[in-house]
Write a protein that binds this ligand. Structure first.
Ligand code: TYD
Ligand code: MG
Length: 455
């Protein structure tokens, strides 16, 4: 049993448990409970003294005030993902792996917004003022009129922000901010929840846009607290593959705009460069797309992603041909091969088959069937797919190509990344967002690949 005034709190989902347990019953995470003491609300553990209720005062739906204009930061990719600039009084969580470039992005955003006349503050709890200055120097934004502070005390930060009016405030990171009203250590759920709650309230009250930086853990959850996710108005995820310069900004939640927008950046020696034509990054890597490659327009979780399926079909040197697959389900590969053999007359009997999903991603969607089949057929028939083509569609055992979920999002993401056509279920052709070579049967798809006929 926990000591007086303390409880066991899941560090992943924030659920409160009176007793320690090996597994959180709310989110099923293992070893995630930690004992935390709470000084009172908003931790919600201590019972506050009864105060007199004041009743509710109701309002109408019509607003008397004109909505404040958005803060346009001038970093166009960032503004678009936010839904056309940052809304005053809103709280945004920018989540990403350590080292992905969150601080770099936000310093750039502050500098750019300040150059357009916004009053910006950058509060770092992780780096000393000189370190931030050094980065600003490398990025060539030293002249920007951004107010800089290195501070971790919530009380001091809130007090400072009450004394001076800002348009945009960056807190880097929420995990380092610490409130003396709570005994739990910095980075714990209690602390992060208290700090985020206070800063979100301040944002609403003073009409200042607050951007909170949050580090994510290995499994993709926002560290310490998912609790912050539902306190804020928007959650932006900043992602990048190790070893590649490109970074993608996605809105995972946005009360002020669409969530299927993405922003693409390239990390260079002098900070992040906006990539206005991302196809350059993804398409021209190896020049012409080789036979055996097909770009799959997929959905990961709630988000669209494009990945390349690479297949190699080669004569087998052994009695039993090899079937090797990386990043996709081997059972699914066996099924697609069987359908290709029995419904399309494409034999793989004495040939080795290798299938690889580029970039280390693992795909589990049935919508990838057609991309895998197209890559396999393209290799077997030695005909490359068009350079600017994406592929998606589910294949049934009867050899039909079936529509999949969120076809419009897939096409939209593909268009955003510079692709110009799709090879997809016939139903996708009616969406009209890009030229689609619609197919109803896998045999028809294979015929088109063999004949390089895309019209
Ligand atoms: P940073 O913004 O500190 O990441 P985060 O705040 O998400 O932890 O970025 C760290 C990485 O970015 C670091 O490995 C160095 C690299 N970087 C560049 O390549 N070029 C630059 O101009 C800057 C400022 C950083
Ligand atoms: Mg940082």
């Amino acid at each position: 049993m926990a000591r007086d005034g303390s409880a066991y709190i899941c560090q992943i989902c924030g659920a409160v448990h009176p007793k320690w347990a090996g597994q959180c019953t709310a989110c099923n995470a293992w070893n995630s409970l930690a004992e935390e003491r709470s000084g009172g609300p908003p931790g919600g553990l201590a019972v506050s003294k009864a105060t007199k209720a004041r009743g509710l005062s109701f309002e109408t739906l019509q607003s008397e005030e004109v909505a404040l204009p958005r803060v346009i930061t001038g970093v166009a990719e960032f503004d678009r993902v936010c839904g056309g600039g940052v809304a005053p009084g809103s709280a945004i969580l920018l989540a990403g792996d350590p080292g992905v470039g969150k601080s770099t992005l936000l310093l750039q955003v502050c500098a750019s917004a300040a150059a357009r006349g916004a009053r910006c503050a950058y509060i770092s709890g992780e780096e000393a003022v000189d370190q931030v200055r050094g980065r600003a120097g490398r990025m060539g934004v030293s002249d920007a009129s951004v107010k800089l502070a290195a501070e971790t005390s919530l009380r001091d930060i809130v007090d400072g922000l009450k004394r001076e009016q800002f348009d945009l405030v960056v807190i880097d990171s929420i995990q380092t901010i610490w409130s003396d009203a709570h005994e739990a250590g910095p980075g714990s759920v209690t602390q992060v929840r208290a700090a985020a709650g206070e800063l979100v309230r301040l944002a609403k009250k003073r009409g200042v846009a607050v951007i909170l930086v949050g580090h994510v853990t290995k499994d993709g959850a926002i560290a310490g607290p998912r609790v912050v996710e539902h306190m804020v108005d928007a959650v932006l995820a900043f992602e990048g593959e190790r070893g590649y310069p490109f970074r993608i900004l996605r809105a995972a939640k946005n009360r002020f705009g669409a969530t299927d927008e993405i922003g693409v950046f390239e990390m260079g020696d002098s900070g992040l460069r906006e990539v206005t034509n991302p196809s350059a990054l993804f398409l021209n890597e190896g020049g012409e797309r080789a036979a055996g490659a097909a770009v799959f327009a997929g959905i990961e979780g709630s988000r669209p992603v494009l990945v390349e399926f690479q297949a190699l079909v080669a004569p087998s040197a052994y009695g039993t041909p090899r079937r090797a697959v990386v990043g996709w389900d081997s059972g699914r590969l066996a099924m697609v091969l069987a359908v290709l053999e029995s419904r399309c007359g494409l034999g793989f009997g004495q040939r080795d088959v290798y299938l690889n999903v580029a970039g280390g991603l693992r795909i589990s969607e049935p919508a990838a069937d057609l991309a895998a089949a197209a890559a396999l057929a393209s290799s077997a028939l030695d005909t490359p797919l068009p350079q600017d083509c994406v592929v998606f569609g589910e294949i049934s055992l009867s050899g039909d190509v079936r529509p999949v979920s969120r076809m419009e999002s897939r096409l939209k993401e593909a268009a955003k990344l510079g692709f110009g056509r799709a090879f997809a279920p016939a139903a996708a052709a009616e969406l009209g967002s890009m030229p689609v070579t619609g197919v109803r049967r896998l045999a028809e798809a294979i015929e088109r690949i063999g004949a390089a006929n895309w019209t």
